[in-house]
Ligand binder design. Structure first.
Ligand SMILES: [Fe+2]
Ligand SMILES: [Fe+2]
Length: 195
């Protein structure tokens, strides 16, 4: 009798455990579907941003004077075009059609770069302004891809993690390159120009 009682007790305990774990897994799946929604939303945002950059970077190249800066921008323009394709592969890996959603932050950063280029005089000062605007863009991208990669990892999207990580590394390298160009020549020349 006692054994039966203890069995039934343990059964009810294990039932409540099962219920709790079911509840937990339902909650988890709810969370993962919400995270998936956020992931797709942020993908659309950066897809729009990268496409906008393929048009904005050539304007920066046109306004730059230092050959080192021109080379850095041109090489990152090629990478950016490739990043658009890579994002299309990420969309494809989760069976979604690639589409963009206007990214207000990137639109603002590009507008800021255009304002700088309109108001600066050609030469080292303009180059310093372009680098400053360019680095703000890279930092925004690093933040976005870092988050996207983390989301993909949590969601178990192995292929997306790999693709996003490749781009994240390119953005980090582009930022480092711009810092090098700035310290190597541009900022020194700009400092020599009297305000
Ligand atoms: Fe990019
Ligand atoms: Fe970039």
């Amino acid at each position: 009798m006692e054994t039966k009682k203890s069995n039934s007790k343990s059964n009810s305990k294990s039932n409540s455990k099962t219920n709790k774990s079911n509840e937990k897994s339902t909650k988890n799946s709810m969370h993962s579907s919400q995270l998936m929604e956020l992931f797709v939303d942020e993908l659309k945002d950066i897809y729009w941003a990268e496409k906008a950059l393929t048009k904005a970077i050539p304007k920066m190249v046109k306004n730059a004077s230092s050959q080192e800066l021109i080379d850095a921008l041109e090489s990152h323009l090629e990478e950016t075009k490739n990043q658009v394709t890579r994002l299309e592969q990420v969309f494809e890996s989760i069976d979604k059609k690639a589409s963009g959603k206007k990214c207000d932050a990137m639109e603002g950063l590009i507008k800021e770069a255009e304002d700088i280029m309109e108001s600066c005089e050609e030469g080292a000062m303009c180059d310093a302004g372009i680098i400053s605007a360019g680095q703000k863009v890279e930092h925004y991208e690093i933040a976005s891809y870092g988050t996207l990669r983390q989301f993909a990892e949590t969601l178990g999207l192995t292929k997306a993690v790999k693709l996003l990580e490749e781009t994240l590394n390119e953005e980090k390298a582009a930022d480092v390159k711009l810092s090098e160009v700035a310290t190597a020549a541009v900022n020194v020349d700009a400092a020599e120009i009297e305000a």
